[in-house]
Design a protein around this ligand. Sequence first.
Ligand SMILES: NC(=O)C1=CN([C@@H]2O[C@H](COP(=O)(O)OP(=O)(O)OC[C@H]3O[C@@H](n4cnc5c(N)ncnc54)[C@H](O)[C@@H]3O)[C@@H](O)[C@H]2O)C=CC1
Ligand SMILES: O=C(O)[C@@H]1CCC=N1
Length: 268
Amino acid sequence: MTNQKSNRPVVLVGCGRLGSAILEGWLATSTVDPGDLIILTPSDKPATEAARARGARINPPLDSLANARALVLAVKPAKWREAIVPTLDPLPQDVAVVSVMAGVKAADIAGIANRPVARVMPTTAVAQARGVASVWSEDPEARGLARSLFEAIADVVDLPDESVMDAATATAGSAPAFVYAFVQALARAGEAQGLSRDAAERLARGALRSAGAGAETGAPLDELVARIASPGGTTRAGLDAMEAGGDVQRAAEAAVNAAVARASEISG
Ligand SMILES: NC(=O)C1=CN([C@@H]2O[C@H](COP(=O)(O)OP(=O)(O)OC[C@H]3O[C@@H](n4cnc5c(N)ncnc54)[C@H](O)[C@@H]3O)[C@@H](O)[C@H]2O)C=CC1
Ligand SMILES: O=C(O)[C@@H]1CCC=N1
């Protein structure tokens, strides 16, 4: 049955840092059969080559898009119009446009694409099938399709309303960078206490990995803290110092609020 939904192509537009990560995750988890994958990209990347070797079509003639079921838009917010316009003529009317772009509103995309739109905000750990992805669409079919593309590579969080997508972008899409920045600050503090730079960075990176392993158990965050912080011990002393001036909460709020504000600027 050639017209079965699952056999219809998925088109990935843009194969940069996030597009490549999504592609790697799909290939690793067989979310999309490589034979059903079309990638539109101006620049070949290692992930694109790996996909080509497994049967994906890279920049085929645009009439190949005629039976597509989803078009995943993974370009920069400033580039999406020029990227999507050439695909609109061949794309079928029932294709879902799945945008992973920060800030760009579904209504703006629908206004040009004239197709159902879903928004997804993943982290790049989708490459290792360990991401998290917020999903929203007012169209139940597009939401379901977006979920199906991400649930094998991410913990999918359904958002009730598009208005919280910018908050989700700050709290997850951007947040691994915030966490890395904090871990880098920890390494610098350890260095200031006498560790070599190399040892401080390896230890801080290992701490991040250890924290990630704890997070993956699903235990509540305050319980994870309590497991490490012995009463009267070193961790409790460190936590008390961190919490005393409210600096950590302030830094988190500053980062999240600035990222949300930037998303609103992008959406215009
Ligand atoms: N990098 C990240 O951690 C995350 C990024 N995002 C979103 O993903 C989108 C892409 O971000 P990155 O991958 O970081 O950027 P990037 O700059 O690494 O990738 C963008 C890609 O789009 C390609 N491109 C440009 N014009 C094109 C066109 N007309 N047709 C097809 N491809 C075209 C470029 O060649 C480039 O490889 C952005 O909208 C961003 O908001 C969302 C969540 C996380
Ligand atoms: O920095 C950005 O704009 C994108 C969106 C979330 C992560 N990277």
